[in-house]
Design a binder for this molecule. Structure first.
Ligand SMILES: [Zn+2]
Length: 258
């Protein structure tokens, strides 16, 4: 399993971040385009070189302000963001993690049809691999069941399992090994050898995520997830999204080795 932070740790840039991750025993990194896709081709080429030299696997997080089930104009813009990410992803050899959007008053079934249609157009224009994230609010597209069903439809679409989001959306449902296993069992076996995951602890109210917390809160408990992932022989990457992502990443990588 690979571990790494989402976004550059404070004080680091593209030249220094990957050697630093290596010294910390980390080997994954999520490039955050959450406020816009802003990496020039020359920079991306260097980033990829640097990451390779330090054995760091890259992923990309697409902008937050997308909605693939929103109004038509918003969907059009969202498709453009996804395709801009895809251009960089080709250079970085990175999966593109994204939030599908909000139901905005529609039934989940209608939202699903809209996301499906948008994805069909997106994956038809690029060979990049997309990772659709499980979301942490009741009104967001991205229940585990929706993510499983959507991934079935496209060979270049895989799940991004955000454990904190699943915990929040299920009113704190991830407590025992069985709880984590129930989630894993819903995903097709072939995803589990290279599963992209996000982990953090989370504060939630009424089944909605509010804000991220450090791992010491055990909401949910990483050591329980660790046991399950080892038992199930799950591979891939876990990106830390704790309040200081690098800290959570280092803690998880250490815990994994115990
Ligand atoms: Zn996300």
């Amino acid at each position: 399993m690979r571990f790494g932070p989402g976004g550059l740790p404070a004080g680091y840039d593209w030249d220094t971040v990957f050697p630093f991750l290596k010294t910390q025993g980390l080997n994954a990194f999520e490039v955050e385009f959450v406020h816009g896709v802003n990496m020039k081709k020359e920079v991306a080429v260097k980033v990829k070189e640097n990451a390779d030299q330090n054995d760091v696997k890259l992923s990309i997080h697409a902008p937050y302000y997308m909605n693939l089930c929103g109004e038509d104009a918003v969907i059009e813009k969202s498709k453009m963001y996804m395709l801009s990410c895809a251009k960089v992803a080709e250079i970085l050899d990175a999966k593109i993690v994204f939030h599908s959007g909000f139901y905005v008053g529609q039934t989940p079934e209608i939202a699903f049809k809209k996301v499906e249609k948008a994805m069909k157009e997106i994956v038809g224009k690029t060979s990049a691999v997309f990772a659709v994230e499980t979301m942490g609010k009741q009104k967001q597209f991205g229940s585990v069941e929706e993510i499983v069903a959507l991934c079935e439809l496209f060979p270049t679409l895989v799940p991004c399992v955000d454990w904190a989001h699943i915990h929040a959306r299920s009113f704190g449902g991830l407590k025992t090994e069985k709880d984590f296993e129930n989630i894993l069992s819903k995903f097709k076996k072939n995803y589990l050898s290279d599963l992209h995951q996000h982990f953090s602890n989370i504060f939630y109210t009424n089944g909605n995520e509010r804000h991220h917390l450090p791992l010491s809160e055990k909401q949910p408990d990483f050591s329980i997830l660790k046991n399950v992932l080892k038992k199930w022989d799950v591979g891939g990457s876990i990106i830390s999204e704790t309040p200081i992502p690098i800290e959570g990443a280092i803690q998880m990588a250490k815990e994994w080795k115990k």
